[in-house]
Design a protein around this ligand. Structure first.
Ligand SMILES: [Zn+2]
Length: 411
């Protein structure tokens, strides 16, 4: 088995730590931000440029790759990394989030306000319900061509083994903050049963495909905003064993009320085995990354950095702004004069403003390179600050400046 996690340094007054995840395709120095290439590409950016900007691994999505081009194609190609020309470590998330998002018709189920309303039949206006959950799995309609599909824990494991990423996730029922407490309990019971089935199928596939590089399986902790449910999930999955197999690491997922992020992560990390890596699913706003690291998160992924880049929004040390605003027409400075990325060392805000206004394809490439570098480097700087013993100062300095300019730093 070639997967391991070594902790090099742990803070005494918080859960923050520095470590190394080793996979068959290389190492990830943690804490680390993992850029997202949903469909086996970080939109508009070459893999070489992702490596140059410091990305240590890339995360793709099993649901999207299953629908197109099909997991069997990736298997034939030699796996995700080979297929997309990325030699480093790769990760896939199980597709549970995407499949279940179809169920409520909301793109953004995370970080919604828990207080607005709670109904299990909630569905976005004018949206057809595209997914139905039962105890065995989820039946859903493809967003591409309307064809019907079914994901069970076994199918998710088979799909993720064919895709072949170094780290894969158990199939879970991802609820929203809109669901009622009784529904959250039901979903937790299902996620527990599905986690067990994922371990069994993962073991079977690992044996059957023993010539392939080892894939590490992470369990996913659900439980929404409820302390008892989160802690129960952490306790159940943290100690779960089946077919002689336990989880190699854990993902913390599901409905996360932004204001309670640190509290929720701290509940589960008190209980999950300290020696295993923890991944925070879908969180990547700068201020949230600090909260995650302090509470023991080792890796993060989020599409935000690249998604907002394509709309001309960029992160800087002074906050976030839009390059298409007319104020940048004659601004011949870099996007961020402290940034060392390819874009900031070769182009001005005036040029970026010009390519965004002209809808030039290169606008997405250059802005994505900057935003990904900004977030990857920010987490790298946290890692270094932890090693140097000045994490708190680094955090205070960053957040003081970042919020000062942006007013509201959250997305
Ligand atoms: Zn830059």
């Amino acid at each position: 088995m070639s997967f391991s996690f070594d902790i090099k340094h742990a803070e005494s007054d918080s859960r923050a730590r520095v470590g190394t995840i080793s996979t068959p395709h290389g190492q990830i120095q943690t804490p680390a931000f993992i850029p997202v290439g949903t469909k086996a590409t970080v939109k508009s950016v070459l893999p070489e440029a992702m490596a140059d900007l410091g990305a240590q691994a890339l995360l793709a999505n099993a649901y999207h790759l299953y629908l197109q081009p099909g997991a069997d194609i990736l298997d034939e190609a030699g796996g995700l990394g080979e297929f997309m020309n990325w030699p480093g470590p790769t990760i896939t998330d199980s597709g549970g989030f995407q499949v279940l998002s179809l169920g409520v018709g909301f793109k953004k189920v995370l970080a919604m306000d828990a207080k607005t309303f709670r109904r299990d039949d909630v569905i976005a206006d004018n949206k057809e319900r595209l997914a139905h959950v039962d105890d065995e799995g989820v039946t859903f309609k493809s967003h591409l061509d309307g064809s019907m599909h079914r994901f069970t824990p076994e199918v998710s494991m088979q799909v993720q083994h064919q895709i072949g990423a170094d780290i894969i996730f158990a199939f879970d029922e991802c609820t929203t903050l809109h669901n009622t407490r009784p529904y959250q309990e039901l979903a937790m019971d299902r996620t527990y049963a599905w986690a067990m089935r994922c371990l069994d199928e993962h073991k079977r596939l690992t044996d059957e495909r023993s010539a392939k590089p080892y894939q590490a399986l992470f369990g996913v902790i659900q439980g929404a905003q409820y302390e008892d449910l989160r802690k129960k999930a952490a306790s159940d999955l943290g100690s779960m064993q089946s077919s002689g197999q336990s989880f190699d690491g854990f993902g913390i997922g599901g409905a996360l009320d932004k204001g309670a992020l640190g509290t929720i992560v701290s509940w589960v990390n008190q209980i999950l085995p300290e020696s295993k890596p923890k991944h925070l699913l879908g969180i990547g706003a700068p201020e949230d990354l600090f909260v995650g690291v302090e509470n023991g998160i080792d890796t993060f992924d989020c599409v935000l950095a690249s998604r907002i880049a394509r709309t001309s929004a960029v992160y800087t040390m002074e906050g976030r702004f839009n390059l298409s605003n007319s104020g940048f027409k004659r601004d011949f400075t870099a996007i961020d004069d402290e940034c060392d990325c390819y874009t900031c060392t070769h182009y001005t805000r005036a040029y970026m403003h010009h390519v965004f206004r002209g809808k030039e394809i290169i606008s997405a490439t250059l802005a994505t390179i900057h935003n990904e570098r900004f977030i990857v480097r920010l987490v790298d700087q946290m890692r270094q600050a932890l090693l140097d013993g000045n994490f708190k100062d680094m955090k205070a300095d960053f957040l003081g400046r970042y919020k000062h300019r942006s007013g509201q730093a959250s997305d």
